[in-house]
Design a protein around this ligand. Sequence first.
Ligand code: AMP
Length: 218
Amino acid sequence: MRLLLFGPPGVGKGTQAKLLSEDYHIPHISTGDLLRAAADKRTELGKRAKAIMEAGQLVPDDVMNGIVREALSSKKVASGFLLDGFPRTLPQAKALAKIFGDLKIVKYWVLNLSLDDEEIIRRLGNRVVCRKEGRIFSMEEDGVTFASPCPVCGGELYQRDDDKPDTVRKRLQVYAVQTAPVIEFYRGAGVVVDVDGANSIDVVHREIRLLLGDLDTR
Ligand code: AMP
């Protein structure tokens, strides 16, 4: 099972990726999580990425391509993976095709989750993340606040700097201009599965499971 998770910020890629990763016992590779971990560790890459992320911009393609090549070369992904947050530009999509070619990866699917901008802004304004395990919660729906411990592991919850309204608007612009065209690249390859991200987490999860059940994912 090799899946690329595609869709605007806040559509639920990370949430669904965590569920699918447990269902299929395959690792969830989130480029945003990798960059945030580097920022927390204050590595050179992390310091550079933090400023770019806070501005709602994209980290340069060559940096991202290197990170993803390394992640996909690991033995841990031998039986599959969920790639979340990459590719975000056409050059990244082309680089990924080259990485797949080099690693002899032939079969993969792209799950394309969609949601309108108004709902995205509402969801991201409500989102808090567990610093320990990266689980995502909604303050409104899960009854948590920044001050609560993570309901699952007791870790610290925080709001991502780039979930503040001005940055969200910038991220949506970047998505429309640079990332949305990437889906057409994959439509041309006939590997896109469309999913409505407006439903509840459970409904979206069930729909994805049903759709994946009909595909050849070996
Ligand atoms: P995410 O957690 O996927 O929403 O990513 C958070 C931020 O990390 C993005 O807004 C970008 O600044 C950066 N980022 C993550 N993945 C990529 C990528 N593939 N290309 C460029 N920047 C990325």
